[in-house]
Design a protein around this ligand. Sequence first.
Ligand SMILES: Cc1cc2nc3c(=O)[nH]c(=O)nc-3n(C[C@H](O)[C@H](O)[C@H](O)COP(=O)(O)O)c2cc1C
Ligand SMILES: [Fe+2]
Ligand SMILES: [Fe+2]
Length: 404
Amino acid sequence: MKNKITDSIFSVGVLNPNVRIADVVVKTSNGTTYNSYVVKGSEKTALIETVHKDYFDKYLKNVEEISDINKIDYLVMNHNEPDHSGAIQKLVELNPKITILTSPAGAIYLKNITNNSNLNLKIVKNDEYIDLGNKTLRFISAPFLHWPDSMLTYVEEEKTLFTCDFLGCHYCEPYGFDFEITDKSAFLSSLKTYFDCIFSPFKKYVTSGISKIKNLDISFVCPSHGPVLTKDFMLDQVIETYEKWSNPQREEDPLIPIFYCSAYGNTKQIAKAISRGIQNQIPNSKVSLYNVAEFDPSDLCDKLNKSSAFLVGSPTINKDAAAPIWTLLATIDAINNAKKLVATFGSFGWSGEAASQIAGRLKSLKLSTFDENFRVCFTPTEKDLENATEFGEKFAKELLKNLN
Ligand SMILES: Cc1cc2nc3c(=O)[nH]c(=O)nc-3n(C[C@H](O)[C@H](O)[C@H](O)COP(=O)(O)O)c2cc1C
Ligand SMILES: [Fe+2]
Ligand SMILES: [Fe+2]
C-alpha cells in the first residue's frame, strides 16, 4: 500500500502540486504537500497533525481509508500553524472526543487560531509519554522549530520521528518516500529555499534540535511537508545539510557592506568616501559597495546577514528613499540582525528625507542605528567627501567598541 510507512504508521496527507508561494514569502517552485499520519496502537489510534483547511474533503477520505474518524483517540499537534491546524475544526465537528496533544504554547495558540473554546486539549511536556497500547508516543520539546510551540514526536517501537516543519521541504511528487524522488536536484534546491525562508532566523534552535535527536534510533523521519526521509537513503544527508547551514563559517575579518542607490552618482561618491574612512580605521575590514538596483535582493540579504555592520544610502526621490532600498529593507532578518550597527547616508536636493527614513525603518527593526546620518546637498564638494571619510572613520570606531 502506497501510504504505508510501517505496519502501524500510515501517511494520510494531501498534495498541493500547483502552489507557487506559501506563507506570503516562501517560493514553492515545486509545490508542497501537507502531510499527516495515522499511528495505530493495539489500544488507541493517534493522528499526527492535520492539513490546510482547503483540503479537508480529500484529507478526510485519506484518513478514513485507514481508520474510522470516530476511532481516533488523539490528535498530536507538533506545531499549530494553519497549514497543519487548518482542518482541526471540521475534524472535531465529526469527532468531538478527540484529545488534542500539544505543547504549553501550542495550547494557547490553538485557542486563538480556532476560536473554539471547547477543544479537548491536553498539554504534553518534554519527555512525556502517551501509551497507545503496543506503541508509545514520546514528546520532545523543540521550541522555534518553527514557532515557539514546536515539538517533535518519537515512536520508539517504530523508530519513527514526526518533525512537522523541521527537516521538511516544500516539494511535491505523487510518491511518499525520499528514494522515490525523481528530480533530486529540484528537491535539494527546494530544501535550501525552505531552510532559508523558514529556519535561517532560528539557526541556534536548529542546532539544538539536531542535538536532541542525535541519539535516537531513527529509521524514518516523517515531516509535515515533502517526502518521508529514510535512514537508508536521505535522512542523514538532510540532517547534515540542516546542520551545515546552521553553522556558517565565521569570517575572521569584519565584513562591512555598503548598500546604496544613485541616479546621478552623488550618493555613490559619498559611499566611496565613507568606505575609505572605514578602511583607514579598520585596515583588515572587507568593505564592499553594492548598487542595490543591480543585484538580486536575496544575494544582498545574504551579504547583509553575514556582515559585522553595514550602511545604507539613498538619494531622496519625491520625499522618499529609492524603491530598491525599501526592497532590501523588507528582506532583513530582524531576529539575527538585532543590535547590529548600521548607518545611513545620501544626497538630496531640497527636502532630504531618505537617510532619516531608512534609519527609522532600521531602528524599528531594533538594529543599532548610528547617532548621525550623513547627507550632502546635490553634488558633493571635496570638503563634503572629506567629511564623508571622517564619518566612515567615526562609524568604524563605534564598531570597534562593539567588537571589543
Ligand atoms: C525624480 C526626482 C525626484 C526628487 N525628489 C526629491 C525630493 O523630494 N527631495 C529632495 O530633497 N530631493 C529630491 N530630488 C533630488 C535628488 O535627491 C538629488 O538630485 C540627489 O543629488 C540625487 O543623488 P544621486 O546622484 O545619488 O541619485 C529628486 C530627484 C529626482 C530625479
Ligand atoms: Fe510552520
Ligand atoms: Fe508548515
